[in-house]
Design a protein around this ligand. Structure first.
Ligand code: OAD
Length: 240
């Protein structure tokens, strides 16, 4: 099966790769929905990943993200991240990398053009529309940091449940899904939309869809092949 997919990688004029938390699992980043080890097995996303939760408990939510930010800063991209970045260097313009991950590991591996659909954990932004007083130089440190004049809070620059995805990244991802000949869907449970819908779009537009995931997912039905392997092992081989 691997050989077949490697052949498809070699043939495809345009490849789209959609990654999820499993992509970074071998770097040591916890996934969300894996039983026991997944973050959403330990925490309720409604308490941590919504604007309502942040407004109700800003310190709790800020500290949770700050802890993840620090943990990820100490981790490294794995062989799968590196293989994707190396492929784009060898084949400029042939691969569009779309990620749901906020860990920045694709970017740190060298995939500068990664379409980060769910934002970036390393960055933060104003919670409410910034006023003239909301200036970077005067931000008051705290949990979360705030504008000393109007009290506007800084929040993690990630997409929370119920929020829109960054429009430009989503548009570019949809274009890639419509135009690719091969889509690799790596390390995602395929449960969160609109990201998961990109695999359906690719399939409807005639692309071959290949899943790389040790477990079954709801997207397997549109896949031509499912490689039940971990990403850091499989991708370097497929993209060599
Ligand atoms: P999930 O935690 O839902 O799914 C992770 C998937 O990775 C599962 O299907 C695992 O089987 C698979 N997996 C685990 N280890 C793997 C490995 N070594 N190689 C390949 N696959 C592996 O994570 P996502 O699908 O990314 O939203 O979740 C989607 C979104 O839900 C996330 O972006 C996040 C979360 O709430 C935001 O942060 C906005």
């Amino acid at each position: 099966m691997r050989e077949t997919v490697r052949g498809w990688v070699g043939e495809a004029r345009h490849i789209a790769v959609l990654t999820g938390a499993g992509m970074s699992a071998e770097s040591g980043v916890p996934t969300f929905r894996d039983a026991q080890t997944g973050l959403w097995a330990q925490f309720n996303p409604q308490d941590l990943a919504t604007e309502t939760a942040f407004r109700a408990h800003p310190q709790r939510v800020w500290d949770w993200y700050a802890h993840r930010r620090e943990m990820i800063a100490g981790l490294q991209p794995n062989a799968g991240h590196v293989a994707l970045a190396a492929f784009t260097v060898r084949h400029p313009g042939r691969l569009t990398l779309i990620t749901q991950n906020v860990d920045g590991l694709h970017q740190r591996a060298g995939s500068d053009d990664t379409l980060a659909l769910h934002g970036n954990l390393a960055e933060d932004r104003w919670l409410d529309m910034p006023r003239a007083c909301c200036q970077a130089e005067t931000i008051e440190t705290g949990h979360p940091p705030r504008c000393p004049v109007c009290g506007n809070l800084r929040r993690p620059a990630v997409v929370w449940f119920g929020e829109h995805l960054p429009a430009a990244a989503l548009e570019a991802a949809e274009l890639a899904a419509r135009n690719c000949e091969l889509m690799l869907v790596v390390g995602t449970s395929g449960e969160v939309y609109p990201a998961a819908g990109l695999a359906l779009t690719a399939h409807q537009c005639g692309a071959r869809v290949v899943i790389v995931n040790p477990e079954a997912t709801p997207l397997d039905g549109v896949a031509e092949l499912c490689l039940r392997e971990p990403a850091a092992l499989c991708l370097p081989w497929l993209l060599a």
